[in-house]
Design a binder for this molecule. Structure first.
Ligand code: GLA
Length: 742
């Protein structure tokens, strides 16, 4: 049954999803205005919904049309507020009088309804597109609403692709210049989302390198709040997602939460507007500081997608909708579980030798690692971060016999082999730069500012993109490489390119095209997206990468907060988390092996230990914990996440429960970062279990610690984590498996 309904009498569109709706209509003059969105109050007949949605006076009409809820608010008509589309026409449709020439270009666009249709499997530009199977292949409906400027032949089509079972709409726009002259698009969103008028709070990620995804919850006050990134990647200081709710009206478990995320890894912006009328809207699209888009006659531009929806189950429900959507429709290969990875970075840094990598690989295999990834330092003159980037050939001085002996050994040990690359970058001290000093972003006669001693390749040049594809493709063709860690370690500055200002989009296009071509040519190749930690995590990238590096900060205490924030939008299975040294290399803090594992096991487990520092007992402990992770992995990576205690909100106690959709198994993970003496915290009440079923609860050693009914666990809570007394009695962290008894 179609999720998209149209009532021709009222000229009203209704998208009815599993638990939420979205509606808009066409006014007399052809303008398209939003009617409402939110969770459905129980089971509602479509006809009932259709008949009642257009009877309300739009509360914003009192301010003329200035704050009407246009599906695409354009710079034209009466427009006093932020807009989603601005176009400059050098010539008006009717030739101007001589004395009017100075008033050009015409910065006025008025999109009016022309027609609509429902298509199947229509895709946004740069859609998540790895070319590999996704979990769900069922066709999806897309509503396309074609608009045209009131006087010029300039088309704007609004797209709404519906995933009803997860209450998700993907929005994007297509512009079509059918005028006889080139036009300049000066501002462009992928979509604008309107909320019911009111006072809202927003939950989002903030931070910096080493502190990515730290959740912030703040009131939206009258005015604008802009989240954006200008560095050419998704960024560390913010991430293109949000959760919005009427103030005081949502919790982790209840209340309407309107959420959104951009499927784009370049310069993005989310602009939140709270108007004087208390109308609230979010414009999600390109970042505008150096934005430019020219459309020649006949040219079109299709934007990436703005993914959004509404959950009636609070912040937790909003996260689960996004997680399920990403697992089922975005990620490649998603039927496979992510392997336990070893990464050499924190063990050997740039001091790579065949001997030390072989030794690491042998111990890694002996404790149960499944994928061995050699990090930076294996190529060209890359013995430190001052040289070699760009020269993607195996370093003779490190591997005199090439990579074969190491890879053979890794494979003999039964593991997959992975390699670190940073394809978009170049050290000036490299053969590539000496051969092609023009292949970098720069302005003539101006300084080329280095960051981490590197410059950014100009992906506006097709020959550069082709070169990078060729060298990476050759690496995989010449070696049995199963995995790339694709890094990106600086933001772009001085963006001079042969592509002009379009470089901001061209770069992303180039990166995506290399990912897509590599994956097509090597369907067995997996890719991790990394950008100095979690600087390139978004739905556009997740449509190409299998997993992401969450943060360079591997301190388990900090990671609890980082991972809690990450989980607001992204699912555990993509969240690579490593167990590293007892004394953390980033913060110098000491953490027990238990805490380090308990925190890392919440995602795609990785190990970054220097094994030579470990005693035989510690290695045994690693072996035991990795075996336990493999047991709980299907639940961690495929289950639904319930944040029973959200670290930042709950004094530093973070409790995750991840449950399989059929309630047959669940994982319970607690990490207590901070607990004040004398407080007796109530046991966490679990969610989504089968009330009448009995669950056996086991720890990492397989010891059964009790059997309880789903009802007990969901009402009285998880026994044993109640009281925090003196040091000896306190539980700092633990991970448990719950299995339903037959
Ligand atoms: C970045 C990554 C690290 C590591 C280094 C190597 O910082 O985030 O994990 O790969 O680069 O130079």
């Amino acid at each position: 049954m179609s999720a998209i309904h149209f009532d021709p009498k009222q000229r009203l569109f209704l998208v009815k999803m599993r638990t939420s709706y979205y509606a808009f209509r066409i006014l007399e003059d052809g303008q398209v205005v939003h009617c409402g969105s939110g969770s459905l109050p129980g089971v509602v007949e479509t006809d009932a919904l259709l008949s009642g949605l257009n009877v309300y006076e739009d509360p914003n009409y009192i301010w003329e049309s200035q704050s009407r809820r246009y599906e695409i608010p354009a710079f034209g008509d009466v427009s006093y507020h932020d807009i989603g589309l601005k176009v400059a026409f050098p010539q008006p449709a009717v030739p101007p009088a001589v004395h009017e020439a100075a008033n050009l270009p015409v910065r006025d666009v008025r999109p009016r309804y022309v027609s609509h249709e429902i298509r199947t499997d229509e895709k946004p530009w740069l859609a998540p597109a790895h070319g590999l199977p996704v979990r769900k292949t069922a066709p999806r409906e897309t509503l396309c609403v074609r608009l045209k400027d009131a006087t010029c032949d300039f088309g704007v089509t609004l797209f709404y692709r519906i995933t009803p079972e997860h209450d998700i709409i993907e929005r994007w726009l297509e512009l079509e210049n059918n005028t006889p002259v080139e036009v300049a698009v000066e501002s462009l969103v992928f979509g604008t989302v309107h909320l019911p008028n009111g006072r809202y709070e927003v939950t989002r990620a903030a931070g910096c390198w080493g502190r990515e995804f730290v959740p912030v919850r703040q009131n939206l006050e009258q005015g604008r709040m802009i989240l954006d990134q200008q560095g050419l990647n998704t960024g560390h200081a913010g991430n293109p997602f949000y959760l919005l709710n009427a103030r005081g009206n949502a919790t982790e478990t209840a209340g309407d939460v309107w959420f959104g995320a951009l499927a784009y890894s370049g310069n993005w912006s989310l602009r939140f507007e709270a108007l004087p009328t208390e109308a609230v809207r979010v414009h999600g699209g390109y970042e505008l500081s150096d934005f430019s888009l020219s459309l020649a006659p006949g040219a079109t531009h299709r934007t990436p997608a703005f993914v959004h929806g509404c959950s009636g189950e609070g912040w937790g429900g909003a996260s689960r909708s996004m997680h399920r959507f990403i697992r089922e429709y975005v990620l490649p290969h998603s039927a496979e579980l992510r392997p336990v990875l070893y990464n050499s970075w924190e063990a050997t840094y740039f001091d790579i030798t065949l001997e030390n990598q072989t030794a690491l690989a042998r111990t890694a295999a002996s404790v149960g690692v499944e994928l061995f990834c050699m990090d930076d330092g294996w190529f060209g003159g890359r013995r430190h971060d001052c040289a070699g980037l760009g020269d993607w050939t195996v370093s003779e001085s490190v591997f005199s016999g090439g990579l074969k002996p190491l890879i053979d050994e890794v494979k003999r040990l039964g593991m997959k082999f992975g390699l670190w690359v940073e394809p978009e970058m170049i050290n000036p001290d490299s053969d590539l730069y000496r051969a092609h000093p023009d292949w970098v972003l720069h302005f003539p006669g101006r300084p080329r500012t280095e960051s981490r001693n590197q410059l950014v390749l100009d992906f506006g040049r097709p020959e550069v993109v082709e070169h990078i594809f060729t060298v990476l493709n050759r690496l995989v063709a010449d070696h049995p490489i199963d995995f790339f860690k694709w890094d990106m370690n600086r933001y772009a500055s001085e963006p001079g390119s042969v592509a002009g200002k379009a470089i901001w989009r061209k770069h992303v296009e180039g990166v995506y095209s290399i990912y897509d071509r590599l994956r097509k040519a090597h369907p067995g190749l997996d890719i991790q997206s990394c950008s100095g930690g979690g600087g390139r995590v978004d739905i556009g990238m997740l449509g190409r990468a299998d997993q992401v590096w969450t943060s360079d900060n591997t301190d388990a205490y900090d990671r609890v907060f980082i991972q809690d924030g990450f989980s607001l939008a992204y699912p555990p299975r993509v969240m690579e988390s490593w167990v590293t040294h007892e004394k953390n290399h980033q913060t110098g803090r000491i953490a027990s092996l238990d805490l380090r594992f308990d925190v890392a096991m919440r995602g795609a487990l990785g190990i970054g230990l220097a094994f030579s520092d470990l005693s035989a007992e510690e290695l045994d402990a690693c072996r035991c914990k990795i075996a336990f992770y493999k047991k709980i992995r299907p639940v961690v990576q495929e289950g639904d996440l319930y944040r029973l205690s959200f670290g930042p909100d709950h004094g530093g106690v973070s409790i995750w429960e991840i449950v399989l959709p059929d309630a047959s198994r669940a994982v319970y993970s607690i990490a207590v970062i901070h607990h004040l003496q004398g407080i007796h915290r109530a046991p966490a009440r679990l969610k989504a279990l089968a009330p009448a079923a009995i669950y056996a609860i086991t720890d990492e050693r397989g010891a059964e610690i009790g059997r309880y009914s789903g009802f007990q666990l969901m009402t009285l809570g998880m026994p044993g984590d109640t009281v925090f007394g003196g040091a000896g009695q306190s539980i700092r962290s633990r991970t448990l498996l719950l299995e339903r008894m037959k």
